[in-house]
Design a protein around this ligand. Structure first.
Ligand SMILES: [Zn+2]
Ligand SMILES: [Zn+2]
Length: 333
């Protein structure tokens, strides 16, 4: 029997188990797809469809499409926010326990006026407007000095936590930096203090040299399966130039990021039959934007497996797929 392997994520210090006896080929996950897209453009009960959302939530940002005929993206406050700015981030004690009001912002980015669209099937020019929307809201939310961190994320499909079919992402700004994030910062700092280099830049250089986990590359970004990917077909998209803060992205980088994000989402859509997935833009918290050891990236995790008791007890994921095999599968057009 083939022996298993445990790999270390160099950036986070976390282990991932690869179990050959449970191994699956990437194409084995093709059936794990969500419902086929609805074929209607407009849904009368969808709060994000044109005309329905206006009466419900104020529009925080609207970007008009290039021919100025219609809105292309809109940002609205989440109707059921996890956090609100009505509160303050002031901490108090309740006996031995710390507590703070639910301070923060929770916004929805409506990515298209068309109900049945998704990023993978939208024209790349429309996806670029979504990225522009992310950037504008990110900068705006960071203007509040009480905001410590802005998380931009997308839940696609029921298995990834999306409750509405209409294409949308979410943005949450918080008044706290969680220990999960601090832990990653500490690992990156430890590496920098040891070697004098950014661990993410080193990973990027090695991946470019090895090539076997790379899916797609353009002038400014690389998309690859991480060496210690936690789940089958996990993808990391990272800017080639060292940059800690998503807010610092240039116009040329926005175009290049859009192109590669659209490309890899298209590969997942076509090769795995529209799987559920989450992606998140991992970027520096406030005061960390100029750090030489932090490097922003987009992390995409398809929801093809379910974490169970061992993961809960150990924090270690068991991945039934092999990163190099997944990369070859997604690389082939
Ligand atoms: Zn809709
Ligand atoms: Zn770097």
């Amino acid at each position: 029997m083939e022996s298993g392997q445990i790999r270390l994520n160099k950036a986070t210090g976390e282990w991932v188990i690869y179990a050959p006896s449970r191994r699956k080929r990437p194409q084995d996950f093709q059936q794990a797809s969500q419902d086929k897209p609805e074929l209607i453009n407009h849904h009368k009960s969808c709060p994000f469809c044109d005309g329905n959302e206006m009466e419900k939530e104020p529009i925080l940002l609207e970007i008009i499409n290039p021919d100025h005929s219609h809105w292309q993206t809109r940002v609205v406050a989440n109707k059921f926010p996890a956090l609100t700015t009505l509160e303050s981030p002031e901490r108090t004690l309740n006996g031995i326990y710390m507590i703070m009001p639910g301070y923060g912002c929770h916004e929805v980015v409506i990515e298209s006026p068309e109900h049945q669209q998704t990023l993978a099937t939208m024209p790349v020019t429309e996806v670029e407007i979504v990225i522009e929307t992310y950037h504008q809201r990110y900068l705006k939310l960071m203007e509040d000095p009480q905001t410590m961190m802005v998380i931009i994320f997308r839940n696609h499909g029921k298995g990834a936590g999306a409750s509405l079919r209409h294409p949308h992402s979410q943005i949450i700004a918080t008044g706290i930096v969680p220990s999960h994030r601090r832990w990653q910062e500490t690992e990156a700092q430890r590496y920098f203090d040891h070697w004098g280099r950014c661990v993410y830049c080193d990973i990027l250089a090695f991946e470019k040299q090895e090539k076997k986990r790379i899916i797609e590359e353009n002038d400014l970004f690389v998309a690859f399966i991480p060496f210690a990917a936690e789940v089958p077909c996990e993808i990391m998209i990272i800017p080639k130039q060292h940059q800690a803060d998503f807010g610092s992205i240039s116009e040329a980088e926005k175009t290049a990021f859009t192109q590669i994000l659209h490309d890899v989402l298209g590969r997942l859509y076509h090769k795995l039959n529209n799987p559920d997935y989450n992606y998140v833009i991992n970027t520096a918290a406030r005061y960390k934007a100029d750090e030489p050891q932090l490097h922003w990236y987009c992390q995409i995790q398809p929801r093809l497996t379910t974490p169970a008791g061992f993961e809960m007890g150990s924090g270690i994921r068991i991945n039934p797929s092999i990163p190099e095999v997944d990369a070859a599968f997604l690389r082939d057009k």
